[in-house]
Design a protein around this ligand. Structure first.
Ligand code: LLP
Length: 438
């Protein structure tokens, strides 16, 4: 759950040599702390393993910006040399601000605006992943306007029920994303793209869901997508060169979970592509992946300060201790949205007190403002204690809101005993900045 340079030695938390108490003093709470070295090494591990397994057919690791992006992280990505998957004009802007080459940017989204499409085409993104028949026309119009031939991929739904929370499962039939292979929608999209000389269909894409363990779902998806590529070859007498299998690789949130490592899944993915290509008599395509959570998730923790502690007697007479911290569902919406599980520790001191059934909650005005439903925490927990929740890097800060006019927390990068702000804390002036006074 903790990143490689985090330590709980002696019962207190430190990151890259800096104690949590010092981080809290310098940067305040709540704050997100990112282990820069861990981020870089996780991104590199995906890239290296893709190269190792696929050799000359290795495509690109497109880091999924939606999991967490800011300009500094985009700069790290440019520096590491991987690519990025963006799904809005906003994410595209950050990627460009960080100096990522457009040739390493893929544009996603099930309802890209015409302005977003035009911007992507004009800056020359590597590919646009098309999600609807309307979009085929829109991208073709933009390509004509800019006088270019735009590379596109088709997002396909291979009909897989990946084992994850329903709201983050994306490739069964009844979803808003992509073109279903089974219903014939995908083939209709191929035919529609082929009518536009400004569009170059370079391959197919799928993303089957998020927080998935094992490689079975990706293997089944591979077989269905490669089968589809064979159908294309038979009809058009040429092969589609690229296959993008999306992201979705799971991470550990609580004890007992095991983070998927690229070395655990890449050989199976390679085997699945090789087997499918043999089965359908196709040349090996260029293979890309889009991990988001798996790269950034394990590299951050959130640091809060406890404000109040309250004991509540339940119907069965057990006592639940409500521990309220200075953040909540505005910086971690995942528990409320997906029943996500997290763990937490007291970060600045070791407690020898017996543990007690506790619920970690935020400061928002609603009952569902829960960070951790049930957790055993030391019974001497008190206002002023620092609480750290690990593995909050993905879909934490990126899904943060200003609910109750709470300013969003900063993100602090920590490396080799030095800490620096990469996203500053919002303040009340930021909150008021968009309001127009009557
Ligand atoms: N590629 C595409 C096209 C995607 O839609 C996504 C995530 C990814 C890649 C990256 O998936 P990852 O490797 O991070 O699992 N907010 C939810 C997760 C939603 C994921 C949406 N798409 C959560 O907090 O669990």
């Amino acid at each position: 759950m903790w990143s490689k340079n985090a330590s709980l030695a002696g019962g207190t938390l430190s990151l890259a040599g800096i104690p949590a108490s010092q981080l809290a003093k310098e940067f305040g709470t709540p704050s997100f702390f990112i282990d820069e070295d861990a981020y870089r090494s996780r991104a590199l591990a995906w890239n290296n393993e893709l190269q190792n397994q696929f050799g000359p057919q290795a495509g690109t690791i497109y880091y999924a910006a939606k999991s967490f992006i800011c300009t500094a992280v985009a700069q790290w990505i440019a520096d590491i040399g991987i690519g990025i998957d963006v799904c809005t004009g906003g994410e595209l802007s950050v990627a460009l601000a960080g100096g990522i080459s457009p040739s390493k940017i893929e544009l996603h989204g099930n309802n890209k605006s015409v302005a977003e499409i035009n911007r992507a085409v004009s800056v020359g993104v590597k590919s646009i992943v098309i999600d609807s028949l309307f979009e085929i026309e829109r991208v073709a119009t933009a390509a004509k306007k800019h006088g270019v031939r735009q590379s596109v991929m088709l997002r396909l739904t291979p009909g897989i029920e990946a084992h994850t929370h329903e709201k983050i499962s994306t490739a069964h039939e009844d979803v808003k994303f992509g073109f279903s292979i089974a219903s014939g929608a995908a083939w209709a999209a191929v035919e529609a793209v082929s009518k536009h000389s400004e569009l170059e269909l370079i391959g197919v894409h799928c993303h089957i869901g998020s927080q998935i363990f094992g490689s079975e779902a990706h293997e089944i998806a591979t077989d269905r997508l490669v089968g589809f590529m064979a159908k294309y070859r038979d009809a058009y007498k040429k092969e589609l060169p690229e296959l993008d299998l999306g992201g979705g690789f799971g991470i550990a949130y609580v004890a007992g979970d095991v983070t998927v490592e690229p070395i655990d899944v890449m050989p199976a993915i390679h085997r699945a592509v090789t087997d499918a290509c043999k089965k359908y008599n196709l040349a090996m395509p260029i293979v890309s992946l889009e991990p988001g959570r798996n790269i950034v998730g394990p590299t951050m923790f959130t640091l809060y300060e406890v404000g109040t502690v309250k004991q509540v007697v339940l119907d069965d007479k057990t006592i639940r201790t409500y521990v309220s911290v200075d953040g909540g569902m505005s910086d971690n919406a995942r528990t409320a949205l997906y029943d996500a599980e997290y763990t937490a520790v007291i970060a600045q001191r070791q407690s020898k007190a017996p543990t007690t059934l506790s619920r970690l909650v935020g400061k928002h005005c609603e009952t569902g403002d829960i960070i951790i439903q049930n957790i055993q925490l030391p019974s001497d927990i008190a206002p002023g204690d620092l609480i750290a929740t690990p593995a909050t890097g993905a879909y934490g800060r990126s899904m943060a809101s200003n609910y109750n006019h709470v300013p969003k927390p900063p993100v602090i990068a920590v490396k080799d005993g030095k800490a620096r702000v990469i996203v500053r804390r919002e303040n009340e002036a930021d909150l008021l900045a968009l309001d127009v006074k009557e």
